[in-house]
Design a protein around this ligand. Structure first.
Ligand SMILES: [Zn+2]
Ligand SMILES: [Zn+2]
Length: 505
């Protein structure tokens, strides 16, 4: 029996370091790549847990308690300040009256974190200083360059009286399990440093460095079997070219690239504030701050020949469009940002999509990505709650969502059409909830790279035939087949807090 495996992502925060703002939280992505009982997070800004609670799509929610792994792109505050509060809840409260005590043989960790040097110490010391004591354990695995120092995972010498050992940073937190120190290979990559068993195929994770003001990573999630979907999620960057070797062969199905700032032409700037800035200055300043403009994201998308491009980490200058209000200036500006990225990308068949909080992307086995924008508030409120069939993945399906298809399989791009702003949440009529239309044996493997791309699919809102609630069981897994990876403010001008000289993130 063949299994189908959806890969999906929910944007929990899309603001740059100038946020959180009225319309955007800071960086956090909930990823359901394996269609199993787990969620992986990429970055975990302050307020991440609340974003889980605020998902506007009634009855279709990612569940915070499904998080098993957290991938951190870099140590800037807008990407990590939600980690400890999240751990405190995921690891559950200890039995009442149980005194903290170190164990020489800690339980295997319930939550594992992967990120750059410094992550282990940051989590450890904040856990200690907030006197956090939990039932379960966590571990931090660091992706170290050849030069990064190792942060030891020591037990205390003296356990006669409990001490949080805040002063000794080499001593683990009482609920910390020793993590791995994973060195980059000679090419500077961390290949296949972790994997997860999906319902159909294994997902293998690679990482590579990208250029930002401080050390920063991009993560590549590879499906190890047809259709070999590949999701590339980059941290903050002004130049991601270092990671290109991980992003090609096959080309990404989805690329998430930052676009913090953008020059806005007067023709689309009805309020006249954003267009006062000189485009060259916008570019120079944002690169100095370690970030990108939409054309830089588009250039990278072109280089790696991605099938879908989503822009993320967006300045508070550009508040998210209000769902259902496509006439607003906010929506016009975001369409312009998408246009700039699309032009540089060179895609004549498809538009880049500017992310907003609670945008959900689903890529079924067919490879056809669907983008679901958050519904208008009135619709979210009015959607009838119903007991949700339990999903295997932390998803719960629902009807009445705004839905559109944006791409065909990862090597075919849809022809030009309305942008996400037009279709996603702005003026699309409520559509039926997308369901995985792939059938067993109906997966659509990517043709070899270089195969001419048919101007196939379409950028339309569409309905896929419902297939009913997802299977709740897991059953035997299929043999792994197919290609082997060679690698084992609201509305106004932002307070610009990404200035390196102030060390604000
Ligand atoms: Zn950032
Ligand atoms: Zn940053």
């Amino acid at each position: 029996m063949a299994f189908k495996q959806n890969m999906s992502i929910m944007f929990l925060g899309t603001a740059s370091g100038g946020g959180p703002s009225e319309s955007r939280n800071c960086s956090s992505l909930a990823c359901d790549f394996m269609d199993d009982l787990s969620l992986w997070l990429v970055d975990c800004a302050e307020g991440t847990q609340r974003q889980f609670q605020l998902q506007p799509q009634e009855g279709f929610k990612y569940r915070v308690n499904k998080v098993t792994k957290i991938f951190i792109t870099h140590m800037h505050a807008d990407h990590i300040m939600g980690i400890v509060p999240l751990l405190r809840n995921l690891l559950c409260a200890p039995e009442l009256g149980l005194a903290p005590a170190y164990s020489p043989t800690p339980k295997s960790p319930s939550v594992e974190l992967y990120g750059p040097a410094g992550l282990r110490l940051y989590v450890r010391q904040i856990m200690k200083m907030t006197l956090t004591f939990t039932a379960s354990t966590y571990a931090v695995h660091e992706l170290l360059t050849q030069d990064d120092p190792v942060t030891p995972c020591d037990l205390p010498n003296d356990q006669s009286g409990f001490d949080h050992n805040t002063a000794n940073q080499n001593v683990m937190h009482v609920r910390e399990a020793p993590g791995s120190d994973i060195r980059a290979d000679e090419d500077g990559f961390w290949k296949a440093f972790v994997s997860g068993r999906g319902r159909a195929h294994e997902i293998v994770v690679d990482a590579g460095s990208i250029q930002h003001r401080d050390p920063c990573l991009g993560f590549v999630f590879n499906e190890m079997g047809p259709p070999n979907r590949k999701i590339v999620i980059l941290g903050d960057t002004y130049d991601a070219s270092q990671i290109i070797p991980l992003c090609i062969n096959p080309a990404p199905t989805l690329l998430i690239h930052e676009a913090t700032d953008a020059a806005i032409p007067a023709a689309v700037d009805k309020e006249g504030k954003l267009s006062k800035r000189i485009p060259e200055e916008v570019t120079q300043k944002i690169i100095k701050r370690g970030h990108s403009i939409p054309t830089m994201a588009g250039d990278f998308a072109k280089q790696v020949n991605t099938s879908n491009l989503v822009l993320n980490h967006i300045s508070a200058r550009f508040p998210a469009p209000r769902p259902g209000q496509p006439w607003e200036q906010r929506a016009t500006i975001m369409k312009e940002i998408e246009r700039q990225a699309t032009e540089a990308w060179g895609s004549t068949t498809q538009s880049a999509v500017a992310a907003q909080d609670f945008l959900r992307i689903t890529i079924p086995m067919s490879g056809r990505a669907s983008f679901v924008m958050p519904p208008p508030a009135s619709q979210a409120r009015n959607t009838q709650k119903r007991p949700a069939p339990s999903s295997s993945s932390g998803f719960v399906p629902v009807t009445g969502m705004h839905h559109m298809h944006v791409s065909g399989n990862s090597n075919s791009r849809p022809p030009a059409g309305p942008t996400s702003a037009q279709l996603g949440g702005q003026n699309a009529a409520p559509q039926q909830q997308p369901q995985d239309s792939s059938k067993a044996g109906h997966s659509n493997p990517q043709p070899p790279r270089g195969t001419p791309t048919a101007p196939a699919a379409m950028l339309t809102s569409s309905r896929e035939p419902p297939t009913g609630p997802r299977s709740q069981g897991h059953g035997p897994r299929p043999n792994q087949t197919g290609q082997q990876n060679p690698q084992a403010a609201p509305g106004s001008v932002a307070s610009d807090r990404d200035r390196p000289q102030k060390r604000r993130r």
